[in-house]
Design a protein. Structure first.
Length: 113
């Protein structure tokens, strides 16, 4: 359980093996983290805590609010009017052209090799 929950029922899924960032984690462990989060999501919905949906949140890097340098996945029960949300940057809503999207996608694929 999160010691500073966004909402009651806020769960942390924390792998035993240390990995500071996603890129440090093996794929099997990453899969297991999400499998556990899927089961936690079901549990939240059946638990009686107020839960109209579940947000999964993983901060991967200090500049995106990672405070503990061990990969962990937040499972946050959400409900209408809970006050929690995301703010989008100034570029949100602008639609890049297909060429720009293709170039970015190509760079990401190269980085995955």
């Amino acid at each position: 359980m999160d010691a500073q929950p966004v909402n009651p029922g806020h769960v942390l899924v924390i792998p035993k093996a240390h990995a500071a960032q996603l890129s440090d984690m093996d794929e099997e462990t990453g899969c297991q983290v999400f499998k556990v989060a899927m089961r936690v999501s079901v549990g939240l919905r059946r638990s009686g805590v107020r839960c109209e949906g579940v947000d999964l949140f993983l901060a991967d890097g200090e500049d995106v609010c990672q405070e503990i340098f061990h990969v962990l996945l937040h499972a946050v029960p959400r409900f209408s009017g809970d006050g929690f949300g995301m703010r989008f940057g100034h570029r949100y809503g602008s639609r890049p052209d297909k060429k720009e999207l293709d170039n970015i996608a190509s760079s990401i694929v190269k980085g995955m090799r």
